[in-house]
Design a protein around this ligand. Structure first.
Ligand SMILES: NC(=O)C1=CN([C@@H]2O[C@H](COP(=O)(O)OP(=O)(O)OC[C@H]3O[C@@H](n4cnc5c(N)ncnc54)[C@H](O)[C@@H]3O)[C@@H](O)[C@H]2O)C=CC1
Ligand SMILES: O=C(O)C(=O)COP(=O)(O)O
Length: 452
């Protein structure tokens, strides 16, 4: 059940109130966000009416941060089935997910009041970003708080694979003593091939060099090589020269089955494959074949095309039982440090968007912010207007605001949508209602919010 914290005395949102179109419900003025920084708390709603659903065991730092705002926060330890999610999402203003929950167009169509999505992870492939943007729903993620955790896991896996530690460990637990050195190697001097030299790939590059590895990488864009690493011209070249190939690309149309039979055949005999990116990047039957035939010396796989929604005995894969194959349940980013940082980072972005309209860091939405309205700026409002990105819109808005004092204004666009924030001072309650009505009735309106 949702747990409701105390209200902060702010004016109430209408009973059917939606963050995605927050009209000024009651224009009674309220005090400052805190005595210390003297900036106004910008919101036309009672925070206790804002409903937030957090799935997939999102860290306590986020739950606490959001509850401290007074929002209603309901939490679940696992992902929900599509049917249950469609029911749950109807009534909520904000949802927090990790990599399992699929926010498809079908699910989002049911989300009548949704204004913002928090992905408490790096990947955002699980959300229909374009449809969310069309609906004026901003999506935030945590672009690098778990990168180090993934890079450290991969370093561990390189050593484990190289020494066949997974198999030795299993044998020992079965009472089998099998002391061998054949096909076991030091990693010093070996070539690590990194596919995708972004936040994780480049961090890994530094750690691997510190352990004496030679690093080569492939990326679709030219990037500055760290240390003595080098970018190579093609994926094929990287596959042919590497002793270890590790994948750190996002899930896109281009990366789907990026490593299949053809690519595995290009890899050196006895080399190793590591995938901690997304399950769709590797063709699993081809990998199982390459492992069973002995063409590959081993693999470490953390992500799978189909992953169970909850913990339990639900995992099935053709990779089960393959030689020298480390299988982990998508734990690349699962450390206390990463989860705690992600919880803080994403919940802060959600709070800023809900309360102040700030979209900095959004992945599908124009990034706009204005400096805070200060206490002494009496009777000020903030207009947040998400609209279709077509010619002539700013003229309409300028006409509507022409008689008022616009203190500051900023707008930006991304693809088909644009977002404008404007702070307007010395407006009466009647004028606020009128501004809201006229802006929200413009033909290009997607979402209009007035915060004060
Ligand atoms: N196993 C786990 O728990 C985790 C998995 N991940 C996955 O790792 C992925 C990578 O994360 P970051 O390094 O933070 O992303 P990033 O966006 O910083 O870097 C990705 C790099 O891949 C490159 N790239 C994109 N398409 C490519 C292609 N077709 N061929 C070659 N390079 C390509 C990009 O140019 C970029 O440099 C995430 O998208 C996520 O899916 C992220 C965190 C945890
Ligand atoms: O950050 C990511 O993209 C991840 O894959 C980690 O996902 P998780 O938060 O563990 O479901």
């Amino acid at each position: 059940m949702p747990s409701t914290n105390e209200t902060n005395g702010a004016p109430a949102v209408p009973a059917n109130g939606s963050l995605a179109s927050s009209a000024p419900a009651n224009v009674e003025r309220k005090g400052s966000i805190s005595g210390s920084n003297k900036v106004k708390l910008l919101k036309p709603f009672n925070t206790a009416n804002i409903k937030i659903l957090l799935l997939e065991n999102i860290n306590e730092t986020a739950v606490t941060g959001l509850r401290n705002q007074g929002y209603q926060v309901e939490t679940y330890a696992k992902a929900l089935s599509e049917d249950v999610l469609i029911e749950k999402i109807r009534d909520i203003h904000c949802i927090g997910i990790r990599s399992k929950t699929k926010l498809t167009r079908k699910v989002l169509e049911a989300a009548e009041k949704l204004g913002v999505i928090g992905c408490f992870c790096i990947g955002t492939n699980q959300v229909d970003l374009e449809y969310a943007a069309q609906r004026g729903i901003a999506v935030f993620n945590s672009p690098f708080s778990n990168s180090r955790s993934v890079a450290e896991l991969v370093i561990a896996e390189i050593v484990l694979l190289s020494r066949q530690l997974g198999d030795r460990n299993q044998e020992m637990h079965q009472g089998i003593w099998s002391k061998v050195s054949a096909n076991c190697y030091e990693i010093r001097g070996k070539t690590l091939g990194i596919v995708g030299y972004g936040h994780i790939g480049s961090q890994l590059s530094v750690l691997a060099e510190a352990m004496g590895m030679r690093v080569r990488f492939h990326d679709v864009v030219p990037l500055m090589p760290l240390g003595t690493s080098k970018q190579v011209d093609s994926l094929n070249e990287l596959l042919e020269i590497s002793d270890f190939v590790t994948l750190h690309v996002p899930e896109t149309e281009e990366t789907k089955n990026m490593i299949g039979e053809h690519e595995l055949n290009r890899m050196k005999k006895g080399s190793f494959l590591i995938n901690a990116s997304r399950g769709t990047v590797v063709h699993i039957p081809a990998l199982a074949k390459a492992l069973r035939s002995g063409h590959l010396g081993g693999a470490a796989v953390d992500v799978f095309p189909k992953e169970p929604a909850a913990n339990g005995k639900f995992f099935e894969s053709e990779l089960i039982g393959c030689p020298n194959t480390l299988l982990t349940p998508h734990i690349g980013g699962s450390t206390e440090e990463a989860q705690s940082m992600i919880g803080i980072e994403v919940s802060q972005a959600l709070i800023k968007f809900i309360n102040n309209g700030t979209s900095i860091g959004a992945v599908n939405f124009p990034e706009v912010d204005l400096r805070a309205i200060r206490d002494e700026e009496e009777n000020s409002i903030r207009l947040c207007y998400t609209h279709q990105n077509v010619p002539g819109v700013l003229r309409q808005i300028t006409d509507i605001l022409a008689e008022h004092n616009v203190d500051k204004q900023f707008s930006d666009s991304k693809g088909k949508i644009a977002y404008l924030m404007a702070d307007i001072s010395d407006v009466t309650p009647e004028q606020i209602q009128e501004i809201y009505r006229r802006v929200s009735e413009t033909p290009t309106n997607i979402v209009t919010r007035v915060l004060y």
